[in-house]
Design a binder for this molecule. Structure first.
Ligand code: NAP
Length: 138
């Protein structure tokens, strides 16, 4: 008979996770992007060894026309969407963008080839504005 392997959770905040501190989940999926960095929650997950899964890493496309993001993307030779995904991957998140277009799916896959220097990561960290596309229960 098979058993349960790993259990993950979604949209859990620190208070939720503290209830599970003796048996932490393998991963926690929540919205995270340069525009919503959830640093306390990220640090808590790291301390507990919980893998972060980043949903809505493209901010549902709502921030792709941000001028500063476009400038940095141009300098890096990628698109704003790829830049957001590269930031997420560089932070160590399992990132799950969604697209209905073949060319976007390919561009998103190509993100894994993009190396971002520390100064670019720092620039992107400066985009924090607690901008959420979903109501934040956590
Ligand atoms: N656990 C939860 O509560 C929760 C909540 C929300 C979402 N999710 C999951 O998170 C995943 C993705 O989230 P999401 O769909 O909310 O948001 P997202 O991935 O941040 O954004 C999707 C939007 O980005 C556009 N896009 C994708 N690739 C692009 C590219 N290369 N260039 C330009 N635009 C691009 C898509 O348009 P096109 O279709 O035109 O490419 C679509 O409008 C899904 O698997 C979803 O199930 C989980």
């Amino acid at each position: 008979m098979g058993g349960i392997g790993d259990i993950g959770v979604s949209n859990f905040n620190i208070q939720h996770l503290q209830l599970l501190k003796h048996s932490p989940p393998k991963w926690n999926q929540f919205e995270i992007s340069p525009f919503l960095q959830r640093r306390e929650l990220v640090n808590y997950c790291h301390r507990q060894g919980i893998q972060i899964v980043a949903h809505s890493p493209l901010v549902k496309g709502q921030k792709l026309d941000t001028p500063e993001l476009i400038t940095i993307a141009n300098n890096c030779g990628c698109t704003p969407a790829q830049l957001l995904l590269a930031w997420s991957v560089h932070r160590g998140f399992v990132t799950i963008p969604c697209s209905s277009k073949r060319e976007h799916l390919q561009a998103n896959l190509d993100t894994k080839e993009i190396m971002l220097p520390t100064e670019v990561m720092q620039q992107l960290d400066g985009f924090e504005e607690s901008y959420a596309t979903h109501p934040q229960h956590c």
